[in-house]
Write a protein that binds this ligand. Sequence first.
Ligand code: HBZ
Length: 839
Amino acid sequence: YQKHPHRTSEAAVQIEDDRTGMNVETLRRAFLDNLYYIQGKDLQLATPYDLYMALSYTVRDRLLQRWLHTQEVYLQQDVRSVCYLSAEYLLGRQLGNALINVGLYEQARAFLKEMNLDLRDLMEQEIEPGLGNGGLGRLAACFMDSLASLEIPAIGYGIRYEFGIFAQSIRDGWQVEQPDRWLRYGNPWEIPRPEYLVEVKFGGHTEGYIDPAGQYRVSWVNDRSVLGTPYDYPVPGYRNDTVNTLRLWSARATEDFNFQVFDSGDFARAVADKTYSENITKVLYPNDNTYQGRELRLEQQYFFVSCSLQDIIRRYLSYHSDFESFADKVTLQINDTHPSIGIAELMRLLVDEYLVGWDKAWQITRRVFAYTNHTLLSEALERWPVALFGNLLPRHLEIIYEINRRFLDEVRERFPEDEGRIARLSLIQEGSQKQVRMANLACVGSHAINGVAQLHTELLKKDVLADFYALWPEKFTNVTNGVTPRRFLLLSNPKLALLLSERIGQDWLKDLDQIGRIESLVADPAFRSAWQQIKDDNKRDLAEYILQFNQIEVDPDSLFDIQVKRFHEYKRQLLLAFFIVTLYNRLKRQPDLEIVPRTFIFGGKSAPGYAMAKLIIKFINSVARVVNSDPQVSRHLKVVFLANYNVSLAQRIYPACDLSEQISTAGKEASGTSNMKFALNGALTIGTLDGANIEIREKVGPDNFFLFGLTAQQVYDLKARGYNPRDYYDSNAELREVVDRISAGGFSGGDTNLFRPLLDSLLYRDDYLVFADYQAYIDCQEQVSQAFRDRERWLTMSILNSARMGYFSSDRSIREYSRNIWQSEPVPVEPESPAIRPA
Ligand code: HBZ
């Protein structure tokens, strides 16, 4: 190939050269150039990973210009920006998304094809950044995509974990964790910005002093500090010229090693201290919806929040001389309570470092912060032991006590002599081990508090945050979650996306309500058969994946019945497992029984320390083994556990699903978001009245949704009356048969102990009402089977599900946040030069 004469010059970025050009020929040249000059390979020597890297750099070059330009526009116009603070971003692979958003997907495919290369194969090379656990982290990623696509000035702040969510493999049916070394082969999607380094203090004590003006002030004398280096990730909007920034912080030691210790001769300790500091951003805590009061976790939270706030203030002060307009230029959304220490940190920065008076500082703080809650499980609420907190952040503890003193004075005035209320609202939980309640801090320090689905917000008001609701009802709003149709339809289900675009144009990608226009095609035979064909193709693709990774042959014509999500008792993977065992029992009793063939597919990780969840994984794999190896049964049923469920695997699974399992105990799942992605891709849902299921059912219509189970109110009442799971066991023969077969070792090679903890927890507690909902679920699954027998009816329901999912775009969620919480407006970025637009 021909080498072009110069790579860049001052003028070069203005004209179409090999770094900015969008036509197929310049792309091809740039790709080969990057392969040669960055990977140091030619086409003969290149591995698939080299090719992936070369293509990624080619796209990145084309993003950079828009990225810089967007930031210039934001600075020039002194825009109001949304700062999204989140300890997690579950981004998924970047290459395909970048190609699509910048408008180069087809060009890239074309020039690669000419070279006999397959774009999808290159995309598969990317190790996904798994910097999150589940729904909360994925929501942050969808929101970043929507903010850029809606042209809203925004920056995401978070942590650049060196190890993301662990890789899961299954050995002998058990989950085994391996470290996620995602950065091992380099990362073309980040740009380190060592010039924006910040220092974060830890430990020590505070000292009072009188300043020259005679004012009493406090200074924090820390005993150690750590440096934060930002790594910037481009966040391109869909087919516009906006590129926002995701800024992730990485910890570095302040000195390469501790010279004092070094001088005293203890080399090993000098280096170990350095490692200690750098441990802060080493690894993502792998818990979701459970809280573990580890000091390192609080260090992570404070580290990234302090880095981010210092960065926000630095940027603000480069254009302003005081804090008068800070709250007009900045809004801070905190993704659950993980960044809520930011409320105390902003107070500290304003009061101690910038000498703003307390009242003024508090006014600013409350105006900028807004808090999203993601859980109804009280065991998941963050609470830090006061002693641990005070050792790590002595000044912040003082500030929290001061906030609390003023806050409780206010409460006493409004509710005199209501000590119970005071105790519940206090930022400090009294008792033998005093604790700082981060949710209370978040409520007091924010002007807005939101839940993530209607039911969730109502339950926050009624239950979890009821005392705060009584105090400030005006602070509470609901913003129902959404998902990005770019990644979860266009990228993950290209055939369906093409069919949509052929029939209704491409507007649905920017305005998902437009997908409703396919409803008029529901009776169109050509459209129907194309829809069916695509679903069949997608199922066949997944069947191939299953054969390759699980060595299980599944029938693409069977009903693909799928539950993929984190393993948690409240999500009730056990309920589906019990249904499978029920079918197994029926087939054993009556071998000639005609049942609708099903392929059950599970996927998901368990927190490594969550023994019950791990045992449930083992149980499902044990059921799979027995079912799949029994010829009588496996003619009708297959059970598959797909290891290492992550965003990339999710993108393969959603398009291939017939039935989406959303079966949490009512009142426990805040929203759920996979429920939306499945339905968008034409799956029907079997689900409880929980989280966003309720709104999905309302939108798709009750006839197109398989509803079962107790309502949140009924769950509450049943527990209040005294729930006895044993009664269900005693009175339900099929349930008893399931339990007895497990108990007798039917899925553990005769071992009657293995699954004992699982059965005991059901028989004696059953916190999540598996037994109480069992019969309703089994009956509902029978309706599913009946519906699936009538393929035409099922097809209609499938189309209607997709057609009616417009509401669940994360674009709609972000518009609601913008209007109701952030008061932020789009700032369109015009293309810098027509030459750099896609052909
Ligand atoms: O947030 C999830 C909710 O369970 C789900 O219902 C909701 O749809 C989603 C988005 O709003 N919550 C989480 O994913 N939570 C966590 O991952 C988590 C991680 C670390 C923690 C606590 C929770 O310390």
